[in-house]
Design a binder for this molecule. Structure first.
Ligand code: SF4
Length: 460
């Protein structure tokens, strides 16, 4: 085997010529296809960066790649179905080019299902557990270089993204009845504070302006580390990084959100006023059945404390309708809570049974299972209510000025986000990428604001 050149990470990130899309041969082209959450997107970004660091170039389509990675999600049956469909398409690619290596990566791959998959999915050469970037990288057959350390999650070196997600914790110790993640991603594992701070420093030094710290229960970060630091400590640790403009974190769990964290968010000016706090249901019987670890009143009290400290906070949530055992009264509890809190964004999902979970067993009980028709009707009802709420809350921005961190262009217009994470579009001749723009809002829709630029924002 050809000897590899060992290159230090800094050199790989800044000095190496980018493998060219046009001239790199097929045996050093990769194709990464990602389904699922921000954690998967972040893992895939990191993998792409690492692959480019060892001499691979991206391919626009699977046919042009010798190394194909599908980063999978199993939170819902439909996500798994998309992956299975894609693997079906890849059979043709493999027939035409038998040397193609196909890796199935991510949440579909658990410790107990690999042997079943091996039989069912012969087109796959390797199965790799979620987030194991180094393991996927080691399977790439034709590296030119070898990285001394894992690469950063920034695939495009010439134009680093404005906003980067940084995983700070893997796995989850909770056991929500409906959720397959603990079975696939394992126990919680926090990355050490110094490691995260160093990674953020390197990413920001390369030009990123906004960092989102990612974890399945991000507000529980640190409880498994020596000295038990917490997320508030980590926010302080990265907050003053030169060049950093905005700091966010995702996804919180109501049982872990502390007054210290709320106070720290309020105190740190680069911390953006947004919290994602999945409630899942607005009825105690359902929360108990779902094993969420809090009551509706406790959730309400928490929201009150957050709004008491940060009155303009943007609150987003996740809700599941049609979970086994959800009576009409339970559903109405959820609807009322949604109307009472008026979230800025709600991700509403109809329950989908995941094999191996407690809720999948409950779904087998005819007395608990909810018909697909009812699930659908409940989802539509909540979506309509939410659309009405966000239409009203967006309209409040009309004729006001928002500070927008511009991420790039979209169909000839500049696209960015307000501190509350609302999408904002505007036209201007200047290049606004990575800059803060003050935008006067001239029209609103439920999901975005539009306006014109009136000046440059200020960094804190
Ligand atoms: S907190 Fe519950 S829903 Fe969230 S990842 Fe853990 S088990 Fe899943």
């Amino acid at each position: 085997m050809e000897e590899l050149t060992l290159i230090p990470k800094q050199q790989a990130e800044t000095l190496l010529p980018r493998p060219s899309r046009d001239t790199t041969p097929r045996d050093r082209r990769y194709y990464v296809w990602t389904v699922g959450c921000q954690m998967n997107v972040s893992d895939s970004d990191r993998l792409e960066s690492a692959l480019q660091g060892v001499g691979y170039a991206p391919a626009d389509k699977a046919d042009d790649a010798s190394f194909i990675v599908l980063n999978s999600c199993s939170v819902r049956e439909s996500a798994e179905a998309r992956i299975i469909g894609k693997l079906g398409e890849l059979q043709r690619v493999k027939r035409n080019n038998p040397d193609t290596k196909i890796v199935l990566w991510g949440c579909m791959v658990g410790p107990n299902n690999q042997s079943i998959f091996k039989e069912k999915l012969p087109v796959v050469d390797h199965f790799v557990s979620p987030s194991a970037v180094d393991e996927v990288l080691s399977l790439a057959p034709n590296p030119v270089y070898q990285l001394e350390e894992p690469a950063l999650p920034m695939a495009n070196w010439e134009h680093p993204p404005v906003s980067v997600h940084v995983p700070i914790q893997y796995g989850c110790n909770m056991s929500c009845a409906f959720c397959v993640i603990p079975l696939r991603r394992g126990r919680e594992q926090s990355r050490p504070l110094a490691e995260v701070v160093e990674e953020v420093r390197r990413i920001v030094a390369r030009g990123a302006k906004e960092i989102t710290l990612l974890g399945q229960i991000v507000d529980s970060w640190g409880h498994d580390l020596p000295g038990r630091p917490d997320l508030a400590d980590l926010l302080r640790g990265v907050h003053d990084m030169p060049g950093l403009v905005r700091l966010r974190f995702l996804t919180s769990h109501p049982a872990w959100m502390t007054d210290k964290l709320i106070a720290t968010m309020n105190e740190l000016p680069r911390c953006q006023p947004e919290i994602n706090l999945p409630v899942q249901s607005g009825h105690d019987a359902m929360l108990k059945r779902m094993r969420r670890g809090y009551t509706v009143q406790r959730y309400r009290d928490l929201i009150e404390r957050i709004r008491g400290t940060m009155p303009d906070i943007s609150l987003t949530t996740d809700i599941i309708v049609g979970h086994p055992g959800e009576t009409q009264a339970c559903f109405e509890g959820t609807r009322e809570l949604m109307q009472e809190i008026r979230f800025d964004k709600v991700h509403i999902a109809a329950f989908s049974a995941r094999p191996g979970t407690r809720a999948a067993d409950m779904e087998q009980d005819a007395e608990l299972a909810i018909s697909e028709e009812t699930k659908h009707a409940r989802r539509i009802e909540l979506e309509r209510i939410q659309e009405h709420i966000v239409t009203e809350s967006s309209a409040q921005w009309l004729d006001k000025t928002v500070e927008v961190l511009v991420e790039g262009e979209s169909r000839g217009r500049w696209r960015g986000r307000s501190p509350w994470n609302k999408l904002v579009f505007f036209d201007d001749r200047d290049d606004w990428t990575g800059r803060l723009a003050l935008v006067h809002v001239t029209s609103t829709s439920p999901w975005s604001l539009q306006g014109h630029v009136i000046g440059e924002g200020t960094t804190h």
